[in-house]
Design a protein around this ligand. Sequence first.
Ligand code: TPP
Ligand code: MG
Length: 347
Amino acid sequence: MPLELAVQAELPELNRDQLRQLYRLMVAVRHLDESAIRWQRQGLIPGYAPELGQEAAQVGSGFALDMARDFVFPTYREMGVARTVGVDMVQYMSTHKAVWHGGLYDPAASRFAPIQAVVAGSVLHAVGWAHAQTLDGKPAGERGVAISYFGDGASSQGDVHEAMNFAAVLKAPVVFFIQNNGWAISVPTERQVAGGSVAARAAGYGMPSVQVDGNDVAAVVQATAAALAHARAGHGPAVVEAMTYRRGPHSTSDDPGRYRTLDQERLGAGEDPVARLRTRLLEAGLADEAFFAEAKASAEREAEQVRTGLQALGSRPGAEMFEFVYQEPTEALKAQAASWREESEHV
Ligand SMILES: Cc1ncc(C[n+]2csc(CCOP(=O)(O)OP(=O)(O)O)c2C)c(N)n1
Ligand SMILES: [Mg+2]
């Protein structure tokens, strides 16, 4: 089996409507992402992990999925994928408001697993789901494919080795989609990914892989589609490594100024993926200023609706943090809950 995934053969060039749809999605995601940072600064949500700069990787990969049968296993930074595959954004953002653990959306109905804060935690879950696809008797070609999102930093976790090895041994239909955004919080890729490429590791597991320009949305769609087609056809897992850059902080509680300079940021970030698609559309005569203005206005309306929805959610009773841990709470937990109530609720 060739270990370099054949990408070009899989899909015809994206057409005008698809490119315009991708642009609208990327602008909506960009605007929601920037809004979420403002909401955190305003106190509406306690924390958020921005994906500024990763819009092409997220929208492009989400766009290639068949949500009638595929299933997404995200990390904490996949708002752009969630938006692309149609997860309700108020329900998604409810996690960032600490309203409910994994988001209020129904993972089974939306085919988007709960937000996962444990680094590499959902990679094995994705393999398990994918393996189940091969057990339920569906012929290859009709199976759903799991897409497992994780970062360059997560690729150093032991779980990723186990996941890749099992997936390849079992020929599980799973696409490992790595967003190599240059950083694991404050640690640059060169200090935590030996060899410098996650895609290169796939060969050791006998899986095909492709490293793609993660800031080129069309290239990401094509690469993901090729990987999905490979897995769906019964050939087992594949790896896509989207090379991109985390332009913002790791999260709203991070200060990148402590570990990288503005000059390094400018150099590392390369060309803005949204601006890049805009230029492509303009140069090819596929969109005009009126289209761009409408996409922006629609993104602004959407963010406003999400903000209103989030405000209306209210917050959960604080005492709830002691529930749902054990079926029978331990004595220590009961004591902590009692002293918490005494201090915060004065009971
Ligand atoms: C098991 C585990 N170890 C450590 C952490 C703390 N942590 C949160 S994000 C992160 C870095 C992850 O980097 P990467 O996988 O590149 O994803 P990115 O944040 O760049 O999207 C770490 C170490 C965690 N959440 N879970
Ligand atoms: Mg990273």
